[in-house]
Design a binder for this molecule. Structure first.
Ligand code: SF4
Ligand code: SF4
Length: 456
């Protein structure tokens, strides 16, 4: 890449000064087509974050991660600890999706859908513009000292209130709205630990959004760090068209007039003209800003745009490469396995095992029995009227030590089953039997159990 700038930016992260301290980036407010699109999408994400645990599908929350009660709801489907395999598979598919998406579209997620960016850029930064003035016009400079102090106090008070609201939304994803309301509406003395946790998380959010800000993306986020291994020359990202822009300057040069407005608007302080850097979150602010400049100097827009190095070099825009195909194949296989596993998942989880240490019992001259432990979990949100029947042996006698006929939504029952059979039905020392589990008259699932005969 031809580039007139120095390589000093490679020596240290952009938002760290010479002494090693973090630099506060005061970015101008972006404006333009991409910023508007990002704003709409961000508000869609914020509304999803707020309402996902509140909206119910078939009586289940749209999203819930109730770790304490070991219940998870994904898009209205309840999962329990017995579904660990499915949850692990879903997470695996999600990770591969993220990797595949990143290989093709770079850090689009960071700039558009990451909660850190959404809250920082769409809420906290806008509060800052409101109290300090838009840095675009440096209007904060016009305030006197007294006004600045009042504005700073007001800004931080609003930061704290917003942090408290975000904390409540965060907690609601783990408790559900009903439990959250119960915590909030009860006296602090009844739930001191809960309120301490809430205060701690609120302060943490306040600290992150008021002070740490882009340092989270640069130093803490593992996803940002992965970019170095995931991106290649064909990955799509926000990129400066150096072929068109260089040599930069005001006269007899390429299209870049070196106004540095793309840097002024960047929330992480990146000079995108130096190429892709790990601090860049693909927020598109520099695209909008450069387009404003290009319009003013009457040159074509999109000097900075979504493209790849390969696209800039060759003028061809293609996302097809060997790595994309490989990730797509893995993803497809995982999605098929996930689909099959979820489709085979029953609403009632049943396990039937012979009780350890028990043998075949002779009940009378004609009948023998085996003893089993039975575990039932109702994974639906409806009451189940459970019954067990032997599929091919109508005269088999099933007796449970506890009543299993009514299984409440989300409930689990353990019982002991004594299965009595006529000796004439046994096929030697060991007989396989098929047993059906019913909800009222509907067959939910069948299981094969082993019945042992008397030792001779
Ligand atoms: S905003 Fe555009 S013209 Fe100005 S320095 Fe950046 S790339 Fe060059
Ligand atoms: S370089 Fe551009 S896309 Fe990247 S973070 Fe800065 S403004 Fe956003």
């Amino acid at each position: 890449m031809e580039n007139n700038s120095t390589d000093a930016f490679r020596d240290k992260p952009i938002n760290i000064d010479e002494t090693g301290k973090s630099k506060r980036i005061v970015a101008k407010q972006p404006k333009g087509k991409w910023y508007n699109r990002r704003t709409y999408f961000a508000w869609f994400c914020i509304l999803f974050l707020i309402f996902a645990p509140i909206i119910k599908i078939n009586g289940n929350p749209l999203m819930l991660f109730d770790i304490v009660n070991r219940k998870f709801s994904l898009f209205g489907n309840m999962f329990y600890p017995q579904d660990t395999f499915i949850l692990a598979l879903i997470m695996l598919v999600a990770v591969v999706c993220i990797v595949l998406f990143t290989v093709i579209y770079g850090r689009l997620f960071c700039g558009w859908a990451c909660p850190q960016t959404i809250f920082l850029e769409m809420i906290y930064r806008r509060i800052e513009y409101l109290f300090d003035g838009n840095h675009r016009n440096l209007s904060n400079e016009k305030y006197d000292e007294y006004s600045k102090i009042i504005r700073t106090i007001g800004k931080h008070l609003v930061y704290i209130i917003i942090s408290f609201i975000i904390t409540n939304v965060f907690i609601m994803w783990f408790t559900g709205p009903e439990k959250l309301w119960q915590i909030i509406s009860s006296p602090i003395s009844e739930n001191q630990l809960g309120f301490l946790f809430m205060a701690g998380v609120s302060l943490f959010y306040y600290f992150v959004y008021a002070y740490l800000r882009q340092q989270i993306c640069t130093f803490f986020c593992p996803y940002g760090r992965l970019q170095g291994v995931l991106l290649d020359s064909k990955s799509i990202s926000v990129i400066y068209d150096y072929k068109r822009g260089e040599p930069r300057g005001s006269k007899n040069t390429g299209d870049c007039i070196d106004c540095k407005q793309c840097i002024a608007v960047c929330p992480t302080g990146v000079d995108i003209r130096n190429g892709s850097q790990f601090e860049c979150i693909n927020c598109t602010a520099c695209i909008d800003e450069c387009n404003i400049v290009m319009e003013k100097v009457k040159k074509p827009g999109n000097l900075i745009r979504f493209d790849s190095y390969h696209g800039i070099e060759t003028g061809k825009h293609s996302i097809k490469n060997a790595r994309t195909y490989a990730y797509s194949a893995v993803l497809l296989i995982l999605v098929i396995v996930l689909g099959i596993t979820v489709s085979k998942r029953t609403s009632v989880d049943v396990s039937i095992n012979r009780m350890q240490g028990t043998m075949c019992q002779e009940i009378d001259i004609n009948n023998v029995s085996n003893i089993y432990t039975v575990k039932l979990i109702n994974k639906s949100n409806k009451l189940k009227n459970i019954s067990f029947k032997l599929i091919d042996i109508p005269n088999g006698d099933l007796q449970f030590t506890t009543d299993i006929s009514q299984l409440e939504a989300g409930a689990a029952i353990e019982s002991v089953l004594m299965l009595k059979l006529p000796k004439t039905l046994l096929k030697g020392r060991s007989t396989d039997l098929e047993i059906g589990v019913y909800d009222s008259k509907t067959l939910l699932s069948t299981y094969t159990i082993n019945f042992i005969g008397l030792q001779k």
